[in-house]
Design a protein around this ligand. Sequence first.
Ligand code: GAR
Length: 200
Amino acid sequence: MKRVAVLISGNGSNLQSLIDHIESGDLNAEIAVVVSNDPDAHGLQRASRAGIPTEVITLGEVADDGGNRTAYNIELAGLVSGYEPDLVVLAGWMLILSDDFLRHFGDNIINLHPALPGVFPGTNAISRAHAAFHRGEIKHTGVMVHRVTAEVDAGRVIASEPVPIFHGESVADLEERIHMVEHNLIVAAVDMVLRAEPSD
Ligand code: GAR
């Protein structure tokens, strides 16, 4: 069984979708650990409820020990590597990862982002797309899953799907529809990547 480490920062609804599809037998994988940079992330409760080990590593605690971003990335890499994942999935992970982390996992890190390739990288992608639509600059937005590189929300695209924006809908409505698309796309992308990996 392929082992997946899921990194989160908040609600964890995409983590929940992975858990649900594994439990129903649709996705052949085991979540070896859920790691959060925020001790209050709701996704940690979702993981515990499913019997999945959880870890929290905050930027603050590493800084208190005299560490910086480099130290954080190295410590995080050590923590995640300890669970021997075949794949690291960033599912709502909101910290930028440097090469000090990335080099430990090669091509085996993927990220979910609520925008189409090449547009709206970084935070608040959904509200920025909503505003751009109302300025007449875009006709739709979308979601994507891509391989992770040091460049934020860039890297080879594994799967993407356009999401329409409707006149008069609020950012919250758009966000809800985007999440619904994400919940399927993340499962499909993890499945695709794990199937493509050679078996042990
Ligand atoms: C998702 O919309 C995900 O695409 C986004 O955070 C949300 C997490 O939701 N990630 C990024 O913006 C990364 N740049 P969740 O915690 O409910 O899964």
